[in-house]
Design a protein around this ligand. Structure first.
Ligand SMILES: [Zn+2]
Length: 337
């Protein structure tokens, strides 16, 4: 059968698991897609506003913010502080040994502009490289669903970030953790973390690390068991994804950021604005599963109208940067894929 591409988003019948209905011309996701209405978004924002007001001002920080220095999180931090100026925010940038200098400079700059504390979370480079190498060499370490959301390397990295950010929130008694995921990446704007869920997610990631061949005995990547034990059951942190409720337009966001003094990255393969491992991670994932790890994210943005179909298709088919792939492979001591 010849390749069919969904009329609404950018997914096509060549992607494993995607079926296009020949009559409607839509993929299974677009067929069942129900967008959040403006009223629903408003309601969510009201709830979030109330929560932030009620729970802020009690701990050392109100918000632990995941800041990569890329456009989405940089804008998210700016917008969060603009909407809720009373928040005391600790922005954390995870140094995965592959973040670009520009990303670090941008993250620091955004914290200065916004007026919040900055913390660079670092780990042993050797341990990180070993873990990413093992993730690249593994197959099926993560769920089938996760494979559509991100590459095996990215899933490993983002899991470490989630574990360590929850850990930081518990340590600093911060009631909120904010991620700048867009609507395509995070369908749920509010996630209340119950202690049982925190424990479950830690144990799940431990299994996934074992699947790729990593025994994290000293809990460098995992949420430390001791810290889980110290959780105040009545004050577990809440994860917020406000970006999926705000209007999103990539060009406008970048324009605003440049206005503020944020520098657009020079090395650019469109998907990689801050992580130099990204191109290698994408190529590795495509070779293993025949799935572009950004396809679903881009499809989500196109489906919700936050990105045009043309832009989405262009992004999806843009070639990955060879020099970036080679550079990452060299650092990981692997063959470029
Ligand atoms: Zn579709």
């Amino acid at each position: 059968m010849s390749k069919l591409t969904c009329k609404k988003c950018i997914l096509d019948s060549d992607i494993p698991g995607i079926t296009i209905n020949e009559e409607s011309g839509l993929c299974q996701f677009c067929e069942s897609y129900k967008p959040m209405s403006p009223d629903e978004k408003k309601e969510y924002l009201e709830i979030i506003g109330k929560m932030l007001e009620e729970k802020s001002g009690k701990g050392e920080y109100d918000v632990i913010f995941a800041l990569s220095g890329g456009k989405d999180s940089s804008y998210g931090l700016y917008k969060l502080k603009k909407e809720y100026p009373f928040l005391n925010i600790l922005a954390i940038q995870f140094d995965n040994a592959f973040i670009s200098e520009a990303a670090v400079a941008n993250a620091k700059k955004m914290c200065e502009i916004v007026g919040c504390d900055f913390f660079k979370l670092t780990m042993k480079e050797e341990a990180l490289c070993d873990t990413f190498r093992k993730a690249a060499g593994s197959t099926n370490a993560y769920s089938k669903f996760a494979r559509y959301r991100a590459s095996d390397i990215c899933n490993t990295c983002i899991s470490i970030i989630k574990q360590k950010l929850i850990e930081q929130a518990i340590i600093h008694k911060a009631p909120f953790i904010v991620f700048a995921f867009t609507s395509g990446q995070a369908p749920n704007p509010i996630i209340d973390l119950k202690p049982s869920f925190i424990k479950w997610s830690r144990d799940l990631f431990e299994k996934q690390l074992q699947n790729i061949g990593v025994e994290d005995k000293d809990e460098s990547f995992l949420l430390k068991s001791e810290i889980i034990k110290s959780i105040d059951k009545d004050a577990t942190p809440v994860i917020l994804h406000p970006m999926c409720l705000w209007d999103y337009n990539e060009d406008k966001i970048v324009e605003k950021l440049i206005d503020l003094g944020w520098m657009p990255p020079k090395i650019n393969d469109s998907n990689s604005t801050n992580c130099l491992l990204n191109a290698f991670a994408c190529q590795n994932h495509i070779n293993k599963y025949d799935i572009h790890p950004y396809a679903f994210d881009i499809a989500g943005l196109v489906r919700s109208g936050d990105m045009t179909r043309e832009e989405g298709l262009e992004k999806l088919h843009k070639e990955l940067s060879e020099p970036l792939i080679e550079m990452a492979a060299k650092k990981l001591e692997m063959d470029p894929e």
